[in-house]
Design a protein around this ligand. Structure first.
Ligand code: GRG
Length: 295
């Protein structure tokens, strides 16, 4: 099999080109919000969520013209969440992907609007006929993305993260929070690959189970990187969880326990893909990539 880093970089290149085309520069005041959207969305990130979507869709021979569009939609939602998360009212972070965060490069109001516009554009892309000729498929993608991104998904998780008294969270509480905050978009990504590829319901369920375990492992690794990673490699500050005395997987399980749990989840998530045989190798590679990532 090809080196996984090459494979994910190749997909990231497709997403970069397509995002660039979705966000052409404009002049005047409108140009400012587009520049901010481009700052938040282009030239950065692992593009893991689009990779999961495209790799899952590839298993059903879905044309890349379709899956790359849906991949851009999920990446736009992810980038909007990072832009808003970095705002002073939330995480107040000056650095993202090794560069000034959007509100630092522009201003708070522009960052809010850029995030809003990316969120909205994601649904415009999914609703467009070029994403899939079957309107039922387009509707299902939009429905699942709305569920994953909204109050019953990422936004809900962010709300719990900001306002819950985290110090008293036990393992189940942290899992529930992260299932929403980080897991919901990862879950959508792999599942949407099955939907856009018109896989069977059993195929879509297997992809969903894969992504649920993967999302949890992703967050455990994120906690480990915040505790033990290097800011230069991560492109963002580290040690924030401990500074805020947040309940994390590392705090509750210890470093070794957290790593063991992530390893177990990675094995479990790969097992959900057995029904797909060798076609699932890229998604299995993504699971190892998540476990071994340094940023
Ligand atoms: C503001 C509605 C709203 C939600 C924010 C996802 C999120 C919710 C905030 C991000 C905070 C954070 C760092 C969470 C940890 C998991 C995570 C989403 C990490 C960043 O994702 P990566 O590693 O980033 O895929 P890249 O830069 O590679 O795209």
């Amino acid at each position: 099999m090809r080196d996984f880093d090459t494979t994910i970089r190749e997909t990231a290149g497709l997403i970069e080109t397509a995002l660039d085309q979705f966000l052409p520069r404009r002049s005047g005041p409108l140009g400012r919000v587009v520049d901010a959207m481009r700052h938040g969305a282009l030239d950065g990130g692992k593009r893991l969520r689009p990779f999961l979507l495209i790799a899952a869709a590839d298993m059903f021979d879905c044309p890349r013209t379709r899956s790359v569009r849906a991949g851009c939609a999920i990446e736009m939602i992810h980038c909007y969440s990072l832009i808003h998360d970095d705002l002073p009212a939330m995480d107040d972070s000056d650095l993202r992907r090794g560069r000034p965060s959007v509100h630092k490069a522009f201003d708070d109001a522009t960052a809010i609007l850029a995030g809003d516009a990316l969120l909205t554009e994601a649904f415009e892309i999914l609703a467009h006929r070029d994403t899939h000729p079957n309107a039922e498929v387009r509707c299902r993608l939009a429905l699942e993305l709305a569920r994953g991104a909204g109050k019953d998904g990422m936004v809900g998780g962010q709300m719990i993260d900001i306002y819950a008294e985290q110090k008293s969270f036990d393992l189940a509480g942290i899992e529930e929070l992260q299932r929403l905050k980080t897991g919901a978009l990862i879950r959508f990504s792999a599942m949407a690959g099955g939907v856009i590829g018109e896989g069977s319901e059993a195929d879509i369920a297997a992809l969903t189970s894969y992504a649920e375990d993967l999302g949890l492992a992703f967050q455990i690794v994120d906690d480990l990187l915040d505790a033990f990673g290097a800011a230069e490699e991560l492109g963002k500050p580290v040690g924030q969880d401990a500074d805020m005395d947040k309940a994390t997987f590392v705090k509750l399980l210890g470093a070794e326990g957290a790593r063991d749990q992530a390893r177990r989840l990675i094995e479990e998530c790969k097992a959900h893909l057995d029904r797909f045989g060798p076609r699932a190798e890229p998604l299995k590679g993504a699971a190892d990539f998540v476990f071994n990532r340094k940023n």
